[in-house]
Every structure is written in C-alpha cells, then in structure tokens.
Design a protein around this ligand. Sequence first.
Ligand code: AMP
Ligand code: MG
Length: 417
Amino acid sequence: MIDPCSEDATSVLSLEEAQARIKSALLPVAGTEIVVLKSALGRVLAQPVYSPVNIPHDRNAAMDGYALAARDIVPDQAFSLNLAGTSWAGRPFQGKMQPGQCIRIFTGAVLPERADTVIMQEHVQADGQTVHFPAHARPYRHVREIGEDMQQGACLISPPKKLTVADLGLLASAGIHEITVRRRLNIVFFSTGDELAAMGQALKPGKIYDSNRYILNGLLTGPGYSITDKGVIADDRDKLENSLIEAAENHDVIITTGGASVGEADFIKDILTSRGQVNFWKIAMKPGKPLIFGKIGHCYVFGLPGNPVSVIATFDQLVKPALQQLTGEPVAKPLRLTAICTSPLKKTPGRQEFQRGILTQNDNGELFVSSSGKQGSHLLGSISRANCYIVLPADCSGVEAGAPVVVEPFSLLLQDR
Ligand code: AMP
Ligand code: MG
C-alpha cells in the first residue's frame, strides 16, 4: 500500500495499472479444509492429489464383442475359435482361455489372461460354440490397458486448480472421496445511500430500489465464497465508519457500492484514508471511474461506484480477478474476440470504455456486434439485453458501422440472466 496522502493515491490510473496494483497488493488466503468430493466442485485445490490405483485398474474391453489372443489370428484369412465363456462388466470370466479359444466380452469387462484383442461383435458370426472371425480381424484392438489413463502413484491434479466436473470424475475414478481445498473467502457487501428503499415498499419521491445488492449477491454466489449481505447503510459518516471497521474484523474482503465519488455524501474514501489505507481511487474506465481499492487491517476493501452498470463492469474487470487471486485459483484473462460492429458507436477519447453489445455469429462463423442501446451507467435495461462488452481503447473517438471492434463475452453467469 502507498501513502494515502501521496499524489499517487488520487491520480487517475489506467485499468491495466489498477489491475496491476491490485495484483501486487493481494496475498492469497492461507487456510485449507478437507471436503468430501461431492462438495468440491468449484473449490480450489490446495495440495496435489496422487492416484492410489492404476486407472484403468484392469485390462478391459473397449467394445462389446469377442476377446481372443492376437497370436490365434490367422493373417488375411477368415478363421474360427471355440467359445470358452463370457466376461461381463463387473463379473469376469472365471476360467482359463486356452489356445484356439475366445470368449464373449462386453464393454468394461476384464480380459482373461491370454487375451489381448477384442473384435467387435458386428464383425463376428457366432454359431453355437464356434465363433467365425473375418479375414480383416486386427490384433490388439479395442483393449483398455492398465494405467492407460493414470498410473498408480501419478499426480492426478495439482494446484493451482479450481475443480471442474471432469476433475471430480477423475478423482472419483481413483477412489478419492476427500480432498484438501483452500478455505472459502469471507466476503461482506453492503449498499450505501439515503435514496435506497427496501423491496416491498412503495417508492416515495427521490427513492430508488437497491439493485446493487442483488447484483453482488448474484456475482458472489459460488462455491469459493462465503458471503454476508449487510443491507443498506445510510449516508452517515459515523454509521458507515462503524460498519466498515466492524466488517473488517472478521472478513477477508468488503465490497461497498455508492459513496465512492466526490459528492458531499461520499465518505468511503475519507474513512479508508483515516482508518485504513487507500491504494488507488480513480480509474480511467467507463463505466466505473470512482473505484476505491484499499485496506482496513487485514481486510481488502473495494469501494465500487453506485451506478449498477458500473458495479457489474468494475466487478468483472477488477474485483473478480482479485477474488480469484485471493482464493488461489489461476487468474485467466477474459476471452476477447474481434467482431464487426454493425452500429455506429459514440465515444469521447479519454477513458477505456466497456460498452454493452449484442454479439451474434452467422452461418460462416463470422462475428457481429451491435450496441444494446443507450449506454448510461444507470441503465440496467441495456446491459440486461446485452451478452458482451464492446471494449474501446482510451484514445478511440467513436466507431463507424462496419469497423472491427474487440468484444468480451459476458461470463456465463451474466449471459444466463
Ligand atoms: P453515488 O456513487 O453514491 O453518488 O451513486 C451514484 C448513482 O448510483 C446515484 O444515482 C445513486 O442513486 C445510484 N445508486 C447508488 N447505489 C445504488 C444501488 N444500490 N442501486 C441502484 N442505484 C444506486
Ligand atoms: Mg450515494
């Protein structure tokens, strides 16, 4: 953290500078816990996991058919073998397969000792105890070898890794039912503003409903976070200060919305300056210029702007990667693509903009984007209709229809809304 009184603390940073500042200020949480596999989806792995068994554990068939020994195949000629029995998935053939014999076998069933080849049932004619194989029977096919997926003792998954559905399947296939993951982040959020009315109340003049807590609740709902909604705090410096100090005592992160600007009721920066530290305050991003990043004690504080579209955009660009870093998961850069912009876009040079757009793809795979409507940071309708950001660099002074632009598809959570 820098001296909060320094010039640096109040100058306007580029988004990239702000992201870099956050990155170098954060320390991932250290604690771990053991969870059962069923509860591990989306949790961040804390230790490498080694396989106690070979996967597959036995040599088994990849097809329904007949198992035989490659050396019993007569090259380039049709041939016949005697049927010695059947191997079912979970019920292996109990006898011994002798030279000149084959067995009926089903997918996943163990191959008898001599067998090293499976011929698909579609290519075989069974006639009582005699089985006829075609001239094109190929040796060593359709057999799953022991340890082909993972060898006993091999590392199945190592950190940093946020566990996916496939990871859970892999761990389960090795019989692992408990794993060590990073502890959840404790995040508290609240809205600030005298104008905010509770849901269910009729709106009195000057009042609005609180959108931001519903946005944050949605953005923060996930396996890696334990979230607390502290409601609405009035524009009262003492109340706000007490709420921040109290929240900082037992949380890793505080996220506030509103009160981060230069209005007379905007206290967040003052409080952080006197009771904690301010790392930076303003970023050259639209929507989202007033954004405070700082700390109270060990707790990181993100003071987001009040306008709801700014909340979503600053969360996506700054808070989400910060939370990923804190939980110890790899921080992936968002997917960015180039699309042809079909509507003209207005922009004044100065700030990097994240306009809201509707991205489509034609039958040839070409991408097109159009504006989703009016772009005010208070206009939730146009972000609700959108499925991507149109990312315009700071020096851009508008886009003509037909020009290529960079787009960033919304995270799935936003797209699904
Ligand atoms: P502020 O940063 O507090 O000056 O707020 C900027 C704008 O965002 C104002 O128009 C506020 O009324 C609006 N705003 C602040 N908080 C919320 C909220 N929780 N939900 C919807 N709009 C809000
Ligand atoms: Mg306010």
